[in-house]
Ligand binder design. Structure first.
Ligand code: SAM
Ligand code: SF4
Length: 354
């Protein structure tokens, strides 16, 4: 457990707000309905992945973070306005103290049918401990980030992670009946040669694999160009040995999926830099301080913490949500090239939530 995660949250069981049929759905100026939120519950993490954080990352003061009760209220307000899918992320969500009480409270929205899916993205380090409880809270699928199955490389990429612990977490999650999708960031010259072995291993265990292109978020030590590996190159390499069938599965996000005929498994490609997916965007992100980012690639944001803390009822919060969604931009504009050495967006992924 992360020693920093000692937030004095009062995670009392708050009743799930009844779904208010009169509350209008959140629809942006381009007619896109917001049905998916990603909520970062902490900026802290037990790893320091080279593409995500700097070695000596400074974390936010605890008072700035939303309490678990506030996070529960916030999610409840989104759900009342049409959110159907909720992804808990971070930082590493499972290092936040008492995080299971949030899952427990949110699971009530699954029980009422207001929420279709409650899920999380995790580095897997704490999964062995929490897999059963997550399954018990109605979580059915988990995204686990795993860039390599080589213990030394794993330690080098995460700067402090233990591969065996993550593999044990994956085992435990599968035993608990959770479906797993692995997320693998494609890193030039680092794990390029492991992509096909990772895919066959994942598919052999009934897990999907999604490849992610490095995104220019936050200042880190390594130059982005050194890490960037275009996924169309990866796809072409895989296609030399396997038959790929495009799948229609659309998530409203940047992932595109293929079926690998030889393994029967699914392979996803998240290519925010080389493809435009914004027209079908159905999602927004909330940071652990209650800042709502209407677009992963834009700086415009809305503060939800102030309306949350200003009143114990949710009127101000709903008004803030409406105002923010009316400002959701049409799309983003990431660039990685020699002329853009600075990050396109200065905040780290661990702040916005992946
Ligand atoms: N700690 C959890 C984890 O690693 O799965 C959840 C948060 S993490 C920020 C979410 C995802 O973002 C991970 O799959 C991670 O690999 C990815 N990620 C982080 N920084 C990235 C970057 N600069 N470009 C692309 N993906 C990134
Ligand atoms: Fe932590 Fe996830 Fe970022 Fe790695 S990618 S440092 S595990 S938040």
């Amino acid at each position: 457990m992360n020693e920093h995660c000692t937030l004095p949250d009062v995670a009392k069981s708050t009743p799930a707000p009844a779904k208010d049929d009169r509350a209008p759905a959140l629809i942006d100026p381009f007619g896109r309905k917001i049905t998916y939120i990603r909520v970062s519950v902490t900026d802290r993490c037990d790893f320091r992945c080279v593409y995500c954080m700097s070695e000596d990352m400074e974390f936010l003061p605890k008072r700035d973070l939303l309490s678990l009760e506030e996070l529960n209220r916030l999610c409840g307000a989104f759900i009342a306005r049409g959110t159907r899918k909720l992804r808990i992320t971070g930082g590493e969500p499972l290092v936040r103290r008492n995080i299971m009480s949030l899952f427990r409270n949110l699971s009530q929205h699954l029980a009422t049918g207001a929420l279709e899916e409650l899920t999380l993205t995790t580095n897997g380090s704490q999964l062995a401990q929490f897999a059963h409880e997550l399954a018990d809270c109605g979580v059915r699928r988990v995204n686990v980030s795993l860039d390599t199955r080589d213990p030394e490389k794993f330690h080098a990429i995460t700067r402090r992670g233990d591969l065996d612990q993550v593999l044990a977490g994956i085992d435990a999650a599968q035993k608990a009946g959770l479906s797993i999708k692995l997320n693998m960031v494609a890193l030039k010259g680092v794990n390029e040669d492991e992509i096909i072995p990772m895919m066959t291993w994942a598919h052999g265990r009934g897990m999907d694999l999604t490849m992610i292109e490095v995104m220019p978020l936050g200042a880190i030590e390594t130059e982005r160009l050194d890490q960037y590996l275009a996924l169309d190159v990866v796809r072409a390499k895989i296609a030399e040995r396997f038959s790929l069938t495009d799948l229609a599965d659309r998530t409203g996000g940047p992932a595109r999926y293929v079926r690998i005929e030889e393994t029967g498994g699914r392979l996803g490609f998240i290519t925010p830099l080389s493809h435009n997916f914004c027209e079908s965007c159905n999602r927004v992100r909330v940071t652990c301080t209650g800042t709502l980012y209407m677009c992963l690639g834009q700086e415009d944001a809305a503060d939800l913490r102030a309306p949350l803390r200003a009143s114990s009822t949710d009127e101000l919060l709903h008004a803030a949500l409406e105002e923010a969604i009316s400002r959701k931009p049409k799309g983003h504009d990431f660039v990685i090239d020699r002329g853009h050495q600075a990050p396109a967006v200065p905040r780290h992924m661990s702040v916005t939530g992946g």
